[in-house]
Design a binder for this molecule. Structure first.
Ligand code: NDP
Length: 310
């Protein structure tokens, strides 16, 4: 039987994904119809990103699953018109990109790179940074992205702590969980990386109280989601010197409004949500594998728990 698949994402992605999806669906031995305009009552699967504009899933009466191209699903997890399984994106290209971005920004702080990159004033002030062994880095969120970043930082000999909702055992990483675990991790961390999903439970994980726990001058790197941080509390902590610097890739409103104080704060680096992206070549394989599983009655990979929101 023909499997009907709707591609609902940014239109510019269609010419990129169409040949890849065609290849991997054919390799899987499936008979399929794939398009950006499929009769709703014929659609079996929706390949989805929020920028495709689809909000109401109720016309899709025979839908079997929605397969997200994004890792973060906060824009769809609570959609009440969606009553079928939702799978999120776990793509090793996306994971590798995030690991590279996180390691780069951790090394920037660890080595004090800005001192010599932005100031060339003829003053010879040698300050040798400690080895990574002496640098405590904490990753909040030990999922697909956080665990990969934590493992790589541990392989570089950083003193890595991690925090997640459930108990974890990751070689080279001191894993913590629960409210006490968060306090213990933050109170030691010189560099904190946020790789939590955006959910009601994670909103304002960094707030006035938790920022105050951190060692004075600690640095923050947020490639997770904007609402993980209470912006007013972070600005206050930056102004008081409690937080030494923040590198922020994600924001409550994107693009970050031109007049937002982050743009001009001397101790903030803004990057425009570029930490990592789904890579079509590898992501198309993940999507097609899930469609194959759906058709062969096997469990879907990377299912979202709609109650938890991730
Ligand atoms: P996962 O779902 O694999 O991992 C999420 C992690 O957060 C898990 O370890 C989970 O714990 C933990 N977590 C969730 N809720 C809580 C909580 N209430 N308290 C403590 N820990 C919690 O997600 P990914 O690693 O794939 O992605 C993480 C986020 O990164 C995405 O949701 C997205 O927002 C962001 N992202 C940003 C990109 C960018 O370019 N800036 C690109 C891609 C993703 P547990 O393991 O116990 O479930």
């Amino acid at each position: 039987m023909t499997v009907n698949i709707l591609f609902s994402a940014r239109p510019a992605l269609w010419p990129v994904y169409e040949p890849l999806l065609t290849k991997y669906l054919t390799d899987a031995g499936l008979e399929f119809q794939l398009g950006t305009d499929v009769d709703p009552d014929q659609v079996d699967y929706i390949i989805y990103a929020p920028n495709g504009g689809l909000l109401d899933f109720s016309p899709y009466t025979r839908l079997k699953a929605v397969l997200s191209l994004w890792a973060g699903v906060e824009k769809i997890a609570g959609n009440e018109t969606l009553t079928v399984p939702l799978a999120r994106m776990v793509d090793h290209g996306l994971t590798q990109g995030m690991t590279e971005w996180v390691v780069g920004h951790v090394l920037r702080y660890h080595l004090g790179m800005d001192r010599h990159i932005t100031v060339q004033d003829g003053v010879w002030t040698p300050e040798i940074p400690p080895l990574a062994t002496g640098r405590k880095v904490c990753i909040l969120g030990l999922g697909a992205l956080g665990e990969a970043a934590a493992r790589t930082l541990a392989a570089l000999n950083f003193d890595v702590m991690g925090w997640s909702r459930s108990v974890k055992d990751i070689p080279g990483v001191t894993c913590m969980h629960g409210a006490d675990g968060l306090r213990a991790a933050l109170s030691q961390a010189e560099i904190v990386v946020l790789l939590l999903p955006g959910t009601p439970a994670t909103e304002n994980t960094l707030n006035a109280e938790t920022l105050a726990l951190m060692p004075k001058g600690a640095r923050i790197i947020n490639p997770g989601r904007g609402p993980l941080v209470d912006d007013d509390a972070l600005l206050a902590a930056l102004n008081s010197g409690q937080i030494g610097h923040a590198t922020l890739d994600v924001f409550r409103i994107e693009p970050l409004p031109e007049d937002h104080p982050y743009w001009t704060h001397p101790n903030v680096t803004v990057t425009p949500h570029i930490a990592s992206e789904t890579r079509p070549e590898t992501a198309a394989q993940v999507i097609c594998e899930n469609i194959r599983r759906g058709e062969e009655g096997e469990p879907f990979l990377h299912l979202v728990d709609r109650n938890l929101g991730y």
